[in-house]
Design a protein around this ligand. Structure first.
Ligand SMILES: Nc1nc2c(ncn2[C@@H]2O[C@H](COP(=O)(O)OP(=O)(O)OP(=O)(O)O)[C@@H](O)[C@H]2O)c(=O)[nH]1
Ligand SMILES: [Mg+2]
Length: 300
């Protein structure tokens, strides 16, 4: 068996918001990574696992790469490059509409130094005309030597099967790393916290810049088959806490209801979700919070 199987680690990297997490979900065929229209949604590395023929493909979702300013930014960007360095193949996503802007150019400079085969994935092709796409593919390939270029729409799933097929053919030979039916390596507690963070982002994208984080504090399977989950949403200021709670607690209630529904779907059991909101000034400088997110705490 081991002689015929293949197994490849594929990191997906790119600027914030280009659609890396959306693509992971399309490739895996299930939602494993949270997605939002805000930049810097993904924080830690998350693996989504797919199979294609005799190949197991382990996709690594990474935080968007940008010029970091704050401590949390630095942790995220370092994390993204770590994901790229550890992979067998690197998929570089660009946003077809944004094209080769300065941020993408800076990423290309560093991508060039990576030794692994690199794939160019031009995403969001549903938003642009074909001639523009061809020009973009040409310009990108002049700057980095990509092993192949794919035009895809992670949102509609267009082109995802071709990407998978290419990766399956180019993954190194070897035994599978995960059981056949596994779709992610992230623990349920972490996925559940991410789901709540996604609902928070989707509901409060204007009011709440991304200074919030969610942790699962308690996870208890009850005798009646339901699961009791307690989570804490950390914000940095009292004013943000008020926003998350909303008038008469309406906002937190709505976030809780949406998160509860999705978590229940994921674990296929009824869920009682209790959300708490705590102000933790400068949680972005608190090592304890980084552990919860699966990030290294940068010294400065
Ligand atoms: N029109 C269109 N929108 C897309 C496509 N792929 C992703 N998006 C949207 O782009 C936004 C960002 O998607 P994400 O998957 O969260 O992007 P990301 O690269 O993981 O972002 P970060 O984690 O913040 O770095 C979301 O609103 C997606 O719905 C696509 O193919 N077409
Ligand atoms: Mg993401």
């Amino acid at each position: 068996m081991a002689e015929t199987t293949r197994c490849g680690f594929v990191a997906l990297i790119g600027a914030p918001n280009v659609g890396k997490s959306t693509l992971i979900n399309a490739l895996v065929g299930a939602k494993v990574a949270i997605v939002s229209h805000k930049v810097q949604t993904t924080r830690a590395l998350l693996r989504g696992i797919a199979t294609a023929g005799d190949a197991q493909l382990i996709f690594i979702d990474t935080p968007g790469i940008f010029a970091p300013r704050r401590r949390l930014d630095r942790a995220m960007v370092t994390n993204a490059w770590t994901g790229a360095h550890d992979a067998d193949i690197v998929g570089v996503l660009i946003d077809a509409k944004r094209g080769l802007d300065e941020e993408t150019g800076a990423i290309f400079e560093k991508v060039r130094e990576l030794g692994q085969p690199k794939l160019l994935l031009i995403n969001k092709v549903d938003l642009v005309d074909k001639p523009a796409l061809l020009a973009l593919a040409k310009a990108a390939n002049e700057r980095v030597s990509f092993a192949a270029t794919f035009m895809i729409s992670a949102l509609t799933g267009d082109g995802a099967a071709d990407v998978k097929e290419w990766l399956a053919a180019h993954a190194p030979a070897g035994p599978w790393h995960y059981p056949e039916d596994e779709i992610t390596d992230a623990p349920m507690r972490q996925l559940a916290a991410e789901i709540t963070r996604e609902k928070l982002y989707l509901r409060l994208h204007q009011e709440l810049p991304y200074q919030s984080t969610v942790e699962t504090d308690q996870w208890k399977e009850l005798k009646d088959g339901s699961t009791r989950i307690e989570q804490t949403i950390y914000v940095e200021r009292e004013s943000q806490r008020k926003i998350v709670l909303g008038k008469g607690g309406a906002t937190i209630k709505a976030i809780g209801a949406e998160a509860r529904r999705e978590i229940a779907d994921m674990i296929e059991a009824p869920v009682h979700l209790f959300l708490f909101v705590k102000v933790r000034e400068r949680w972005g400088d608190d090592p304890e919070r980084y552990r919860g997110m699966g990030l290294e705490f940068p010294k400065e």
